[in-house]
Design a protein around this ligand. Structure first.
Ligand code: NAX
Length: 332
């Protein structure tokens, strides 16, 4: 039997946190044969709520769950963890600009970078979910220089899954039969959901989505904007932001990273740019990746037309702006 691994969830008293802890403890993130010890970090104000979550985890009598730590101490939370899902952060409130959100989150991610570097297990793999996710990941990387950049990623899998969902609805095929959509760029409304390389399994075999849909206006406009605006649409309908789909995407992201992507299938992940596809280095950008033996690599050689190029640049420019803003709020 496998030895238990330690998994940190920050912001565990929040909405996504509440949905994800049971998923992790049921093996949806690391596999049905992998026992886990859950570390949950919250802010002191939410200590009681977090303790309630801890009580429920005990009450759920989960066979894979080998221990629960609930704390508001960063050192204790990060100690020895093999995987970290960073969901905690300053929430966006009405009227808050992107810059205000960055200002509030830079110090949080600066502090968590130190805790990660000092206390986590060597080779700890990190997923940043809290917004602005790409820029929080960058802050984490910059302030944890001993942690390899390849071990820090951010979530665009929810956007990727939304893209697959829209294609499957449009074609009337099962979502499991659609693959290789791409979300490029920032986890924000400038992201570029790209169906041009996606395929769907049909009774005639696996076919390009662009041939099956053959409606350029839908592919370039409606599909793109529906995926970009999906988070807003959920808030409008539910009066709360996406949480079960976000928690599920977090599990998909980590599972594929650690256990590998199926042959011939890629997924979207926010990773530190190496300059692929002309995307500037020095930002966290969502690319199509495949994963094998715990390592991701960017899918190379895909054709990018002028339309895609302009959308991809727009998102890269936004990330460049976010990076400049973040540096304004770095404390020494
Ligand atoms: P909630 O506000 O319900 O939960 C966030 C929790 O984090 C709260 O309990 C808060 O007290 C805690 N927190 C604040 N500062 C902390 C700190 N320094 N250390 C530990 N915990 C801290 O938000 P929820 O709906 O769960 O969303 C969490 C984050 O995910 C938000 O930033 C949200 O914008 C982001 N999202 C990102 C997505 C993505 O695709 N990258 C999609 C889903 C989600 O919107």
């Amino acid at each position: 039997p496998k030895q238990p691994v330690k998994v940190l969830v920050t912001g565990a008293a929040g909405q996504i946190g509440y949905a994800i802890v049971a998923m992790i403890a049921r093996g949806l993130m690391l596999g049905p044969d992998q026992p886990v010890v859950l570390h949950m970090l919250g802010i002191p104000k939410s200590a009681e709520t977090l303790n309630g979550v801890r009580m429920e985890l005990i009450d759920a009598a989960l066979p894979l769950l080998r221990g629960v730590v609930a704390t508001s101490d960063e050192a204790e939370a990060f100690r020895g963890v093999n995987f970290a899902v960073l969901i905690g952060g300053w929430p966006r409130k009405e009227g808050m600009q992107r810059k205000d959100l960055i200002a509030k989150n830079v110090p949080i991610y600066q502090s968590q970078a130190s805790a990660l570097q000092q206390h986590a297990a060597p080779n700890c793999k990190v997923l940043v979910v809290a917004n602005p996710a790409n820029t929080n990941a960058l802050v984490l990387k910059e302030f944890a220089p001993a942690v390899p950049a390849k071990n820090i990623t951010c979530l665009t899998r929810l956007d990727h899954n939304r893209a697959l969902g829209q294609i499957s609805e449009k074609l009337g095929v099962h979502v499991g039969d659609v693959r290789n959509a791409i979300v490029w760029g920032n986890h924000s409304s400038t992201q570029f959901p790209d169906a041009s390389h996606a395929t769907a399994r049909t009774q005639h075999g696996e076919m390009p989505v662009v041939e099956l849909i053959a409606d350029e206006k839908w592919l370039k406009e409606e599909f793109v904007s529906v995926v970009q605006q999906r988070g807003e649409a959920v808030i409008k309908a539910r009066k709360q932001s996406s949480s079960l789909s976000a928690a599920s995407a977090d599990c998909d992201h980590m599972r594929d990273w650690i256990l590998g992507t199926p042959k011939g299938t890629w997924v979207s992940m926010g990773v530190y740019s190496d300059g692929s596809y002309g995307v500037p280095e020095g930002i966290f950008y969502s690319f199509p990746v495949t994963c094998d033996k715990g390592e991701w690599s960017i899918v190379q050689g895909l054709e990018v037309d002028d339309f895609a190029r302009s959308k991809m640049e727009l998102s890269a420019n936004e990330l460049d702006e976010e990076r400049s803003m973040a540096y304004e709020f770095v404390s020494s």
